[in-house]
Design a protein around this ligand. Sequence first.
Ligand SMILES: Nc1nc2c(c(=O)[nH]1)N[C@H]1C(S)=C(S)[C@@H](COP(=O)(O)O)O[C@H]1N2
Ligand SMILES: [Mo]
Length: 207
Amino acid sequence: MDLKRRRDFLKALVITSSILVLGRLGLNLQSGSHGLTSFSSWYVVQYSNYTPSLSISSYVLTVDGEVQNPLQLTYQDILQMPYQEVQDTIQCVSLPSLLSANVVWRGVPMSYLIEKVNPSSSVIKILAYGADGYVADLPLEKAMKDVLVVYAVDGQNLPVNHGFPVRLAVPGWWGYTYVKWLTRLHFTSRNVLGYWESLGYPDDAKK
Ligand SMILES: Nc1nc2c(c(=O)[nH]1)N[C@H]1C(S)=C(S)[C@@H](COP(=O)(O)O)O[C@H]1N2
Ligand SMILES: [Mo]
């Protein structure tokens, strides 16, 4: 790109991002009294342009690896488990002020699933896989604390582009750990890195 085209391009970028910021402020003013982000102004980030379309009736979450009791959980199985609701802000590490949404997650505490599968004492990580091929690695220590296997947000089903029917929420950590379209939780004693983690983002993703 020559210098003038590059300058015009940058100018256009600044203008579009200010419109985005204004748009966002406008939308936020319309949002509910609890300061939650409406679904229409919630940012979407995914590493590929493939959006999985999963169905509730055939959904299965595999929980396996170095565990005593591996599980195959249907959507109904998950709904019948104990749940927690947590209000939390999901933020993408690449542009946290703009790519941010404040919502209420409802899901099964990961600690409950960990107890059920009974991992071997050498396990250090849970690898979380999405149906799009994405993977993030979660240190077991964080997973024991406040990670949720989420099936509802603001009292509704997850929207398709936000991970329907099941995703992770990892309050306090960057968005890349909040795996969407979750299909597998794999317990391992190996120090495996996820997609963004292998590209240099920390696997201790505390904000
Ligand atoms: N399956 C899957 N999950 C994913 C991603 C992805 O590409 N695929 N991207 C991650 C990143 S980088 C971010 S910031 C959040 C964005 O979640 P949202 O689109 O619901 O806001 O999803 C995370 N979970
Ligand atoms: Mo992200």
